[in-house]
Design a binder for this molecule. Structure first.
Ligand SMILES: [Zn+2]
Length: 166
């Protein structure tokens, strides 16, 4: 039950997430969120601080498929792709909020109803997936996230409307 974005912009969505996305629009919310991490270069900001810098920055044609199992596993582990974080990498809370807002704009621009993002996070919060207390977590709690997304919907709709008229 996870999705994440690699430096370079490749996006991974696990099929374990599909029972929670349920609709195309909610999947668009997940994709929008991950696209936002890629566009805002959160991955490379984070990667610069890690020992994996060399691995990623030298590999213009970086592809997991060219790696053996052990290399892949170590990268997955390093990326913190474990299910304990729920959706996405353990980005900082600021980056998560940024990705949520930008992602909401992207999905709305693409013609999807941004309220589907809320519905998705509501389903996630009911999934019973382990969620650390918000003060321990780099991620906002589901409740905080739903609250913030709801507040941002009018802005996303206004922005998407403006964008269409360009
Ligand atoms: Zn994220």
């Amino acid at each position: 039950m996870n999705a994440f974005c690699l430096p370079g912009g490749k996006i991974v969505v696990y099929t374990g997430l599909l029972p929670y996305t349920k609709t195309e629009a909610a999947l668009a919310a997940v994709m929008g969120h991950e696209m936002a991490h890629a566009v805002a270069r959160h991955g490379s900001q984070r990667m610069l601080r890690t020992s994996l810098e060399h691995t990623f920055l030298t590999g213009a044609n970086f592809s997991m498929t060219n790696m053996d199992y052990q290399q892949r596993q170590s990268i997955m582990t390093a990326l913190g792709a474990g299910a304990q974080y729920g959706v996405s990498l353990p980005f900082g809370r600021g980056q998560e909020t940024e990705a949520d807002e930008l992602g909401l704009i992207y999905m709305t621009r693409a013609g999807y109803d941004p309220r589907e993002a809320i519905a998705f996070w509501q389903r996630m919060s009911q999934s019973g997936s382990a969620q650390p207390p918000v003060y321990l977590s780099t991620h906002p709690s589901h409740a905080q996230r739903i609250h913030d997304l709801e507040a941002f919907i009018p802005k996303a709709q206004a922005e998407a409307e403006q964008w269409k008229q360009r």
